[in-house]
Design a protein around this ligand. Structure first.
Ligand code: NAG
Ligand code: NAG
Ligand code: NAG
Ligand code: NAG
Ligand code: NAG
Ligand code: NAG
Length: 511
């Protein structure tokens, strides 16, 4: 384990699993935290099953539950997004009934038809990864949950079938894909550029599909698109080493700007650079080198501390010489990314910086009335709304959007902090966040997005439950309190699974 000497004794105490069986300062303490972790895991599973039951009753086989009206929506092409997104969480929770319900469903999906435009990015991270993860887990450490093994094979054949439907998107002059496509006409939305995250968050899923099928066309397509991001042209597309612009020209793979952020739209490009190295350190060493450059430049150029709370750290955005002092809930995956890179590469400086980011994101949760953080926030001293002056002085930020859309990133980074340091405080932050979400967003059938995290009861409830509630919020919360398992994030180079950006664990390729 690579942790600072100060945290060693704490971390040994707080680790889940075997270490708890031999507490150094008396039996009761170990037993107490073990049982409280078990109780917390059971409470998260209760919440998952509440939302799963509501979905099955009112929305299945549609994409998502409308948790206020008990209706349904089909925002993800009507293939049952919530069911597919819930699979890997049902697996890690050992929910055999849900697992087999979902396997039945997936074997019957017709990926050749949808009335709507398809997002290559969303379809890859939710459906393709959900199925590949189910396959990796159910062919491997979770095989005991399966009633009909044929349905596990169908996960892979359906993955191939889906990728074959989508792959024409890569058929562009550069190989940088169109994102919004018509799978019937093979048309697209006419965009001339593609976003950084959209282009840079396909490579894990499409490479895994090739590795599992032995057909390398999918890996090749996604890696060609990624190659423009690893070797950015022109130079203005890379204002700081490793940190690149936000939009890529589909006609020639060149960067169309040099605006740098870790916010939504750019985020998971950086996330996947280090995760590809975890996936296969031999094939993806260059990706790791690019992540290290980006991480070092981020510490140097983007870290930012609010004037009113210099103890806090968030990441600013860079645009043409200016720093934009604002960030998002989405950006809060950043702490987890630094922690993963830090532990895998043995870089304590990255771990330390990751913990600072985790701390800043905790503050966005801790300071609101509901205990849930806002969708976006700022700390530019010249832009503080007058109604929020006192709040800014105390909390270090002001709220730009008080929405909570059932996003996972803050809990996700707490999870990495707990797995990497073993410190109980990070598990307690997950518990606080989970309890707040359960108290604020829960409805009779599931969980609803809320309009204002700083209002009593979260303001008003939106009648929507994104499928990532199942895939991410429930999984990262549960895994924090669950026993060690092959799919859990490990310290050092010991990971046997790596999570895609939708929290679907994929088996790393060298094991
Ligand atoms: C996709 O193309 C088909 C065939 O041209 C057309 O009928 C359909 O309306 C298109 N779908 C969308 C969402 O534009
Ligand atoms: C993309 O590249 C083409 C070909 O060089 C150029 O004509 C076009 O203006 C570029 N588009 C953008 C948005 O940069
Ligand atoms: C905020 O943090 C304090 C100190 O760690 C803790 O006592 C409190 O419960 C937290 N509040 C919320 C809403 O998480
Ligand atoms: C979640 O909410 C339900 C319904 O109010 C409640 O029964 C349950 O105890 C809550 N769980 C936690 C961990 O607070
Ligand atoms: C959040 O709510 C508290 C309590 O009502 C209030 O004092 C504070 O100003 C609010 N903060 C923002 C950013 O609106
Ligand atoms: C990997 O796991 C082994 C066995 O559990 C352990 O001895 C080793 O210290 C771990 N390596 C790292 C880098 O954490």
């Amino acid at each position: 384990m690579r942790v600072s000497p100060l945290s060693l004794s704490l971390s040994a105490l707080a680790l889940v699993g075997p270490i708890l069986a031999v507490p150094h300062n008396g039996q009761t303490e170990g037993v107490r935290s073990q049982s409280s972790n078990q109780g917390r895991a059971a409470a998260v599973k209760e919440a998952f099953q509440h939302a799963w039951t509501g979905y099955m009753k009112y929305a299945f086989p549609h994409d998502e539950l409308h948790p206020v009206s008990n209706g349904y929506g089909d925002s993800r092409n009507g293939w049952g997004a919530s069911a597919v997104d819930a699979l890997s969480t049902a697996i890690v929770m050992g929910d055999k009934h849900a697992v087999n319900q979902i396997l039945e469903h997936i074997s019957k999906i017709n990926y050749h038809y949808t009335p709507d435009e398809v997002s290559l990015f969303e379809t890859t991270i939710r459906y393709l990864a959900g199925m590949l993860s189910g396959y990796d887990l159910l062919k491997g450490p979770a095989s005991g949950l399966v009633s009909n093994p044929k349905l596990v094979d169908a996960l892979l054949s359906q993955s191939k079938s889906l990728a074959d439907v989508l792959k024409f998107a890569f058929d562009t002059p550069s190989g940088v894909p169109y994102n919004n496509i018509n799978i019937t006409s093979h048309g697209n939305d006419g965009s001339t550029t593609s976003g950084l995250a959209v282009t840079g968050t396909l490579v894990m899923e499409w490479t895994r599909l090739s590795d599992l099928t032995g057909d390398d066309q999918y890996a090749k397509m996604s890696q060609l698109a990624e190659s423009y991001l690893l070797d950015p042209q022109p130079a203005s597309g890379e204002p700081f080493p490793g940190l690149v612009g936000s939009n890529i020209n589909i006609s020639n793979g060149q960067f169309a700007d040099g605006s740098v952020t870790w916010n939504g739209g750019d985020d998971s490009f950086y996330e996947y650079l280090i995760k590809m190295y975890v996936y296969d350190p031999k094939r993806f060493a260059t990706y790791k080198d690019r992540w290290v450059l980006a991480a070092e430049s981020t510490i140097k150029h983007l870290q930012s501390h609010p004037k009113s709370r210099p103890d806090l750290t968030w990441l600013a955005s860079y645009n043409d010489g200016d720093l934009d002092l604002s960030s998002q809930h989405l950006t809060c995956f950043d702490g987890g990314s630094f922690l993963l890179g830090g532990t895998v590469l043995g870089r304590q400086d990255f771990i330390d910086f990751g913990l600072k980011l985790v701390n800043g994101c905790e503050e966005t949760y801790n300071q609101t009335l509901t205990g849930i953080g806002p969708d976006s926030f700022g700390w530019d001293p010249n832009s503080v709304p007058s109604s929020q002056k006192a709040f800014y002085e105390r909390a270090g930020y002001y709220i730009s959007s008080g929405l909570y859309d059932l996003r996972p990133e803050v809990i996700e980074s707490f999870y990495y902090a707990y797995r990497v340091t073993g410190k109980q405080i990070y598990a307690d932050w997950v518990w606080n966040a989970f309890k707040a979400i359960n108290a604020t967003c829960r409805t009779d059938s599931g969980f609803a997005a809320v309009s204002n995290v700083n209002a009593t009861g979260g303001g008003s409830k939106y009648d929507n439950q994104e499928s990532f509630l199942y895939a991410e919020v429930m999984k990262y919360s549960y895994l924090t309190f669950a026993e060690d398992a092959p799919w859990q994030v490990k310290t050092g180079g010991n990971n046997t699974f790596v999570f895609n950006t939708e929290a679907h664990p994929l088996r790393v390729s060298h094991t």
